[in-house]
Design a protein. Structure first.
Length: 246
């Protein structure tokens, strides 16, 4: 993969002042740009941040087309393994498919807590797009579902049809294992989401085995809530959640 990585989509490591780390994961066809202001604010609160770029993202849709869910999992696993020896407590936070990958991490690792923002485990609309034989190799992008005016997400303007199937597979893998999640959970749900049906968050809340879990509605944000009107609330509630679980 020789495509140049956009500066906005760069991976970042931000050393913190305390011994708690947060693995921060962006979403499908998106980039670290969507997570940066939340990550920076959490870093300013003392946390060490590991923010990977998922393979195939931040370059071109054609580049992404050569990757799949196993590559995205590997990107997260690599970042997790880089962060873990540097901290004593480790939390994972993700948006959209990043939330799905957060759940995957909670299933497969003994983490201190998971924070999901509009995570995707069931996507009937995407399934319909993928199964439509008449849909082209690339379909219109899904980025910038943001209520706040003047804010744009760095995301692909086209979505590789092949990768939609990988997103669906990843969602099913995670959905089938939600009962294996026992760590504390904070689940953010936008009241109005035009990308991931909001009932995904209710399903996650109901099916994780965590005894400590909270479902928090974001009343003034669409799907990319980390760039929207409620982003500071996400930081505040995440900080409180982490402090309760360290």
């Amino acid at each position: 993969m020789t495509n140049k990585i956009a500066y906005e989509a760069r991976a970042e490591f931000l050393e913190g002042k305390n011994d708690t780390g947060i693995l921060v994961i962006h979403g499908f066809t998106g980039s670290t740009q969507s997570m940066r202001q939340v990550a920076y604010k959490l870093n300013h609160l003392g946390y060490t941040i590991q923010m990977p770029r998922l393979l195939g993202h931040g370059t071109t849709p054609e580049d992404m087309e050569t990757t799949g869910y196993e590559d995205w999992i590997k990107s997260v696993e690599t970042a997790y393994n880089e962060l873990k020896p540097k901290v004593k407590k480790l939390f994972v936070l993700g948006l959209s498919m990043g939330g799905t990958l957060t759940l995957y991490s909670a299933i497969h690792h003994n983490i201190n807590g998971a924070i999901t923002i509009n995570a995707a485990v069931n996507l009937p609309n995407f399934q319909e797009m993928y199964e439509n034989e008449n849909s082209p190799r690339f379909i219109p992008g899904i980025g910038s579902d943001i209520k706040k005016e003047g804010i744009k997400e760095w995301a692909y303007d086209q979505t590789p049809k092949k990768c939609i199937n990988d997103l669906i597979i990843l969602g099913k893998i995670v959905k089938d294992k939600l009962n294996d999640i026992h760590c504390p959970m904070l689940i953010f749900k936008s009241k109005e989401d035009h990308v991931v049906p909001s009932n995904n968050q209710d399903y996650i809340y109901t099916h994780v085995a965590s005894t400590q879990k909270e479902l928090l509605e974001l009343k003034n944000s669409y799907h990319v809530a980390t760039l929207d009107n409620d982003w500071e609330l996400i930081v505040k509630k995440t900080h409180e959640f982490i402090q309760q679980n360290i």
